[in-house]
Write a protein that binds this ligand. Structure first.
Ligand SMILES: Nc1nc2c(ncn2[C@@H]2O[C@H](COP(=O)(O)OP(=O)(O)OP(=O)(O)O)[C@@H](O)[C@H]2O)c(=O)[nH]1
Ligand SMILES: [Mg+2]
Ligand SMILES: [Zn+2]
Length: 308
């Protein structure tokens, strides 16, 4: 087999991978030995392509190049930032999911942007969510269906020159946003039909799209992904949790106790941050719930060796 050409996985469905390489796409399978090594390539992976004897077209993924990072949910590699999408009203916003995704972004070392979509449904609720997260991430309020006033320009600016992955509950408007950003080029790929765009169309697999057209002064890539409502909290030590809260970590060391958990000890500076509004009270309540969840998990780890 000839080797040497490299490419990027756009998507993988049922063992067949679509790989982009210098302006062309190729349908490829995995070389048997990669399968044996237990490596499962994911969308965004950079790979080495091989050509089978007698063919001039690459059809085999020979190896996966080292990853900068890899996310479990959504499944994607080599990501610069996660674009968390939430709806103002419907589907009912799950802010624990947002908190956990922000933690996952921190653990993976990627940036994070929060898009509060469907602001047309409940403007006040959208503003409230933005208020809750203003100290944690850039918050962008959008109405993706409103072609005159969708509010997506700040998102375009945030995407520029980066590889981003859309993440969030099903039905919040991730694919709709992608369609707006790509001037419908996504539809042209056949992944979504004009008819279903008006109705419901659930994304089935993570797929990478280049953002081109009028926005293409710097190449950007965006991955659409299937929505999810369950997300395992990252396996971190309880005392490390606050490191993933930008509102709090700048003040680390200002509490009376060096190992303060910020869940109610005397002399903790966090309630003060909540009073001034720098740390939103509801986000703080969720922090305490997540802290307890990590603590319980740690205790169970000692109790039985089931693992997590
Ligand atoms: N009212 C309103 N509806 C919207 C908006 N954006 C998207 N929708 C609608 O919400 C529904 C779901 O949108 P999708 O883009 O398919 O949602 P998704 O997040 O990709 O969902 P999954 O692929 O299942 O994860 C569609 O009917 C869209 O037309 C918006 O800003 N306002
Ligand atoms: Mg979708
Ligand atoms: Zn504290």
């Amino acid at each position: 087999m000839g080797a040497g050409r490299t490419g990027t996985i756009l998507k993988g469905v049922g063992g067949l991978y679509t790989v982009y390489s210098s302006g062309e796409t190729f349908e490829c399978r995995l070389r048997g030995s990669i399968r044996l090594e237990g490596i499962r390539p994911v969308t965004g992976d950079n790979v080495v392509l091989e050509t089978e004897p007698g063919s001039s077209v690459p059809s085999v993924i020979g190896s996966v190049l080292p990853r900068r990072n890899v996310l479990v949910r959504p499944r994607a590699a080599n990501i610069d930032q996660i674009v968390l999408v939430i709806a103002s009203l419907s589907p009912a916003p799950d802010l624990f999911l947002v908190d956990k995704l922000l933690i996952a972004a921190g653990v993976a070392g990627t940036g994070a942007v929060l898009v509060i979509n469907k602001a047309d449904q409940d403007e006040a609720a959208a503003a409230d969510i933005a208020e809750q997260y203003k100290g944690a991430a850039q918050c962008i309020i959008t109405k993706a269906l409103d072609s005159d006033d969708h509010g997506l320009e700040p998102l375009l600016a945030a995407l520029k020159g980066r590889t981003s992955v859309l993440a969030g509950q099903s039905g919040v408007g991730k694919s709709t946003i992608l369609n707006m950003l790509t001037d419908g080029a996504y539809m042209a790929t056949g992944s979504i039909s004009e008819k279903t765009l008006r109705g419901r169309h659930t994304t089935r697999h993570a797929e990478l799209f280049p953002i081109s057209g009028k926005y293409a002064d710097e190449p950007s890539f965006i991955i659409d992904s299937p929505g999810f409502s369950l997300l395992e909290l990252e396996d971190i030590a309880p005392r490390d949790l606050s490191a993933y809260y930008p509102e709090v970590y700048n003040h680390e060391g200002e509490c009376r106790f060096q190992d303060c958990s910020h869940t109610g000890e005397p002399g903790c500076f966090v309630p003060g941050l909540v009073e001034t509004g720098a740390f939103h009270p509801e986000r703080y309540e969720r922090y305490k719930v997540l802290y307890r969840e990590l603590e319980t998990r740690e205790k169970n780890k000692y109790k039985n060796k089931r693992g997590l």
